[in-house]
Design a protein around this ligand. Structure first.
Ligand code: HSE
Length: 439
């Protein structure tokens, strides 16, 4: 075994000792010898910053004296700071302070990266240290490193994925049991898949932060969470899921990052998170329970799919520790990981300019001319219809169900079409309206 001559331990400071922090600590202790061999120098956990002292933290396998409430002091005496606290502050200040004191940082903090990534990158560059954050998107799945490094010689055209396990679990249960949204969320909470306050997951905030990170890396442009069009799943009903099943589709909360060429010839990117129907034959449709999966399309590589656990202590710690090894190797051998790459500076297009398709199911009066009136609205907005199906009810003055799937059009045209159609006198109600992806 080749060993670097300097065997002084690299000092690791851990900020946060929740589910992920506990796994990181335990795996660092258990894998001590392997880490030393892989890096060329041992790692030593010099401190773990916690909010409250005195709790039983024996699961970390660390001695009680390493736990401290002085996070600010701790980051000044480390070579590598691992931040698994989450949220914007104090995480941002602690990371910036760590950089100032010459430490490299590994973080799982998607909210901070999606809000203020460039500030962190710039500070890391100024101080000549690393910023790694594989665990911030899709837990254990190696995804950011492939985008940042393996695909750096290719041109990514699209990233389409399921990046939130909670919502995938809820939608999967709605599909397999026929449950409504609230019932499925309650079950997810009872089983520990959803938080007591599920807002960040079900309203798409978590997925939007991840989409911003993915789009920034895929398209070499700055994208923040505020740039992402976001719709959650709280409006998805049991009848939407049934309608999807009738079409041999499933409903998924998708993060979609796409390079788009406008009619003007200019390039832009569309970054959005919303529920959509996808065909059951699409590989993302088979992603069940709380798993994550991400499709990447690149010009030379073609289609790639990444699949695995997107959350949980050990899976997330796996991604964190991969980053710890990477930045530790740089300490031993020299060099730095990739800096921010935002040279392409592509504009993020408004949602109205995104190219999408819609599924629409309407309850309409069953009398002459109704189909013509509905079709006229589509035609006026330049939206081409791909499929129409009519299911007629019983009796003379009955209503009928009209199911329409469109070709691709701008989201603006599609949304205006749906609005106008729901106002038609012959339309009793819109049973379901949802975007369709994956064909
Ligand atoms: N709450 C996230 C999810 C995991 O449900 O996938 C952490 O990003």
């Amino acid at each position: 075994m080749v060993q670097a001559s300097d065997q002084t331990p690299l000092r690791v400071a851990l900020l946060g000792c929740g589910v992920v922090g506990t796994s990181v600590a335990r795996l660092l202790v258990e894998g001590r010898d392997d880490f030393a061999a892989r890096i060329g120098r041992p790692l030593e956990v010099v401190g773990v910053a916690v909010r409250r002292e005195g709790r039983d933290r024996s699961e970390t396998l660390l001695p009680p004296e390493v736990f401290t409430t002085d996070a600010e002091g701790l980051v000044t005496r480390a070579d590598i700071v691992v931040e698994v606290v989450g949220g914007i502050e104090p995480a941002r200040s602690l990371i910036l302070r760590a950089f100032e004191h010459g430490a490299s940082v590994v973080t799982a903090n998607k909210a901070l990266l999606a809000e203020d990534g460039p500030t962190l990158y710039e500070a890391a560059r100024r101080h000549g240290v690393d910023l790694y954050y594989e665990a911030s998107v899709a837990g254990a799945i190696p995804l950011l490193r492939p985008l940042r490094e393996s695909l750096a010689g290719d041109e990514v055209s699209k990233v389409l994925g399921i990046v939130n396990g909670t919502t995938n679990y809820v939608l999967d249960k709605m599909d397999s049991t026929g449950q409504g949204f609230s019932e499925a969320v309650e079950q997810a909470q009872a089983l520990g898949y959803a938080e007591a306050d599920p807002t960040a997951d079900v309203e798409g905030f978590d997925a939007a932060a991840k989409a911003a990170i993915l789009a920034s890396l895929a398209f070499h442009s700055r994208v923040t969470a505020a740039d992402v069009h976001r719709e959650g799943i709280s409006e998805v009903t049991a009848s939407d899921v049934r309608a999807a099943a009738d079409m041999d589709c499933v409903v998924k909360l998708l993060a979609i990052c796409e390079r788009t060429r406008l009619e003007s010839g200019d390039e832009g990117i569309s970054v959005r998170v919303h529920p959509a129907m996808i065909p059951r034959t699409h590989p993302l449709a088979g992603v069940r329970e709380a798993f994550n999966a991400v499709f990447v399309e690149a010009q030379a590589a073609g289609e790639l799919m990444f699949y695995g656990p997107g959350a949980g202590g050990d899976p997330t710690a796996s991604a964190v520790l991969g980053d710890v090894v990477a930045v530790a190797r740089h300490r031993v051998l020299g060099g730095l990981g990739p800096a921010e790459s935002a040279y392409a500076d592509l504009p993020v297009l408004p949602m109205g300019e995104a190219r999408t398709r819609y599924y629409l199911s309407l309850e309409v009066a069953d009398r002459p001319g109704v189909l013509a009136q509905v079709a006229e609205v589509f035609s006026r907005h330049g939206v081409s219809i791909q499929q129409v199906r009519q299911n007629v009810g019983e009796g003379e003055e009955s209503s009928a169900e009209l199911v329409i799937v469109t070709h691709t059009a701008t989201d603006e045209a599609l949304a205006a079409t749906v609005r106008e159609i729901s106002d038609l006198e012959v339309v009793v109600g819109v049973t379901s309206a949802m975007r369709v992806e994956g064909e």
